[in-house]
Design a protein around this ligand. Structure first.
Ligand code: FAD
Length: 179
């Protein structure tokens, strides 16, 4: 009998350990792309100086096994599963794992989904985290990652202008921690 494929999506938030370096993120992404590609897991990893929000999509076996490995990783702590569900389609079908820096998250976007202007996924509700990921996925589908990233570089996303001053102040706060 052919096994049924239950397409699943898991979203969790966690707190990076104080010693986390850029090289750790690069290593995490390298391992993610290597491992996820083999088992058909795709998704996105958003990170600030202090916190992660990750979305994992794939067969429920692959998603659960990947999450079980991630849970034991000493590079982060306070891992909180925000949402787990079966889905009919992936939000991020093209990436074995893509990292998005918080600069992509304009202040307006962050404020739309949380009460704070700092990106703090460990304090977000499941519905808000999912809505934010859907919003980002839609933006990327409409405009392409390159354009969204280019807009980020100049201080705005196509949908929502953000002044250079506001962006710099947000980035300075993010560098200082999620507070
Ligand atoms: P390797 O990458 O070869 O690592 C070997 C072992 O060393 C692993 O047990 C690893 O945990 C440990 N290790 C490596 N570098 C360090 C370090 N700097 N500090 C402490 N321990 C270290 N993995 C995925 O496969 N897919 C994902 O989507 C994914 N997302 C992640 C998201 C976050 C926020 C974090 C923190 C980790 C994520 N990982 C992900 C990594 C995962 O936790 C495992 O480290 C990885 O899957 C192990 O891959 P590997 O078997 O190829 O081992």
């Amino acid at each position: 009998m052919k096994a049924t494929m239950f397409l699943s999506r898991l979203i969790y938030a966690s707190r990076a350990v104080d010693s986390l370096q850029t090289a750790d993120i690069e290593q995490i992404l390298e391992a993610s792309r290597r491992n996820n590609g083999k088992v058909g897991v795709s998704g996105v990893l958003l990170f600030s100086a202090r916190e992660f929000l990750q979305c994992l999509e794939g067969s429920r076996e692959a998603v659960n096994q990947t999450y079980a490995r991630i849970l034991g990783d000493p590079r982060h702590a306070e891992v909180l599963m925000l949402d787990y569900r079966e889905v009919s389609r992936r939000l991020f079908p093209d990436w074995s794992m893509q990292a998005l820096a918080p600069g992509l998250l304009s202040r307006q976007r962050v404020l739309r989904y949380s009460e704070r202007e700092l990106f703090s996924p460990t304090r977000m509700g499941a519905a808000s985290a999912l809505a934010m990921l859907e919003d980002i996925a839609g933006d990327i589908e409409r405009h392409g990652l390159a354009e969204v990233s280019a807009a980020r570089e100049s201080g705005s996303t196509p949908a929502e202008p953000l002044s250079a001053g506001a962006r710099n102040s947000l980035l300075a706060k993010l560098r200082g921690g999620a507070g």
